[in-house]
Design a protein around this ligand. Structure first.
Ligand SMILES: *Cc1c(COP(=O)(O)O)cnc(C)c1O
Length: 342
């Protein structure tokens, strides 16, 4: 297999069409077998459920080349399980997680030539997604659905590498209590576009959303969970049932406990505690962990973390190095975390 001729070290986080995508259709109450296709166009009714009432959800993961040249992906079973949860909440048919994993591996295999080489800093981003594809005009779930997996080679999510990002508390809410904050619904992102565009205009990289009921507790950014480190080295992550359960965050907590022997706490985190933390980061598949340099509150007060301005704090760096070491095959992985594409 010959790799594509791309400038791997200088890719941005953007879409580049690759050779194959996976497509499966749901009709008459069942999924077809699904297949790989070279056709990147989706043809659906003008009245499709996704177009009228935003019935869609998605996942995000990565494939990459390990130090010893294997192509692998990270914990796709958790993405499959999470997509099942998203589907149930949106009254969409579940695409069974075992079949999900199989389809992901098959799609990576077909696009092997697009998986960036080890050490380039780039990865093959994998985007499984599902949407209501048949006409709906009265408000109800669609009858037909399409599940697809596209792949695209990407560079780092945040340019500027390990430099900390500047975040502000958003005056908008991300997720309502008992709403859809805990699932990966496309609609959660549609309504976060206005706040993120505003934040960028005002010179911030990301928004910090507080719990919308009381505006007291830290939730997450538009697309990444928070991770904090106390002055005595304990890892703290916000607990809330309106946060999306990040695979990266759950993996970092495991790494903190089992590889680094750190104490971890998953608990409600008041916004007024943020200024007392020694280190802060945001975590998700796209960036793994990015250090946070500052958080600006609703009243305009800016809290700067002791670490994060020029580089990662020591504890977040250890977490980052260990998790990426596991992903890249430099450190032994826990059983079942790494799926090799053969
Ligand atoms: C996808 C997502 C994350 C990150 O989850 P990972 O599984 O780590 O990629 C965090 N927050 C939101 C809102 C998300 O949609």
């Amino acid at each position: 297999m010959e790799k594509k001729d791309l400038d791997w070290g200088n890719l941005d986080f953007g879409y580049r069409k690759t050779d194959y995508r996976f497509v499966s259709n749901y009709s008459d109450g069942k999924w077809d077998d699904g297949e790989l296709t070279t056709d990147d166009k989706v043809v659906i009714s003008e009245c499709a459920g996704v177009l009228q009432y935003s019935q869609s959800c998605f996942e995000g993961m990565k494939a990459y080349t390990t130090e010893d040249g294997r192509i692998v992906t990270f914990r796709p079973d958790l993405n499959g399980a999470r997509m099942e949860d998203s589907c149930r909440r949106l009254v969409m048919p579940v695409y069974p997680k075992e079949k999900f994993v199989e389809a992901v591996l098959k799609t990576i295999k077909a696009n092997e030539a697009w998986v960036p080489p080890y050490g380039s800093g780039a990865t093959l981003y994998i985007r499984p997604y599902m949407f209501g594809s048949t006409p709906v005009i009265g408000v109800k779930p669609a009858d037909g659905y399409q599940f697809r997996i596209l792949t695209t080679p990407v560079g780092p999510y945040f340019k500027g590498g390990m430099k900390g990002i500047n975040i502000r508390v958003s005056e908008f809410d991300r997720a309502a209590p008992h709403g859809t904050g805990h699932i990966k619904a496309g609609l959660n992102y549609a309504m976060s576009l206005y706040p993120i565009v505003k934040a960028h205009e005002d010179g911030f990289n990301e928004n910090m959303y507080l719990d919308s009921a009381t505006r007291t507790y830290v939730e997450e950014t538009g697309g990444a969970n928070f991770i904090f480190v106390t002055k005595d080295g304990t890892i703290v992550t916000p607990k809330s049932n309106t946060i999306l359960p990040s695979v990266t965050r759950r993996s970092l907590i495991y790494v903190a406990e089992h590889y680094l022997g750190l104490k971890t706490e998953e608990r409600a985190v008041r916004f007024d505690e943020v200024k007392d933390f020694a280190e802060a980061g945001v975590c998700g598949t796209a960036a793994v962990v990015s250090p946070v340099a500052s958080v600006t509150g609703l009243d305009g007060t800016k809290y700067e973390f002791p670490y994060g301005k020029e580089e990662m704090g020591p504890t977040i760096k250890k977490l980052y190095d260990t998790l990426t070491g596991i992903q890249m095959g430099r450190i032994d992985a826990p059983e079942g975390w790494i799926y090799e594409i053969k």
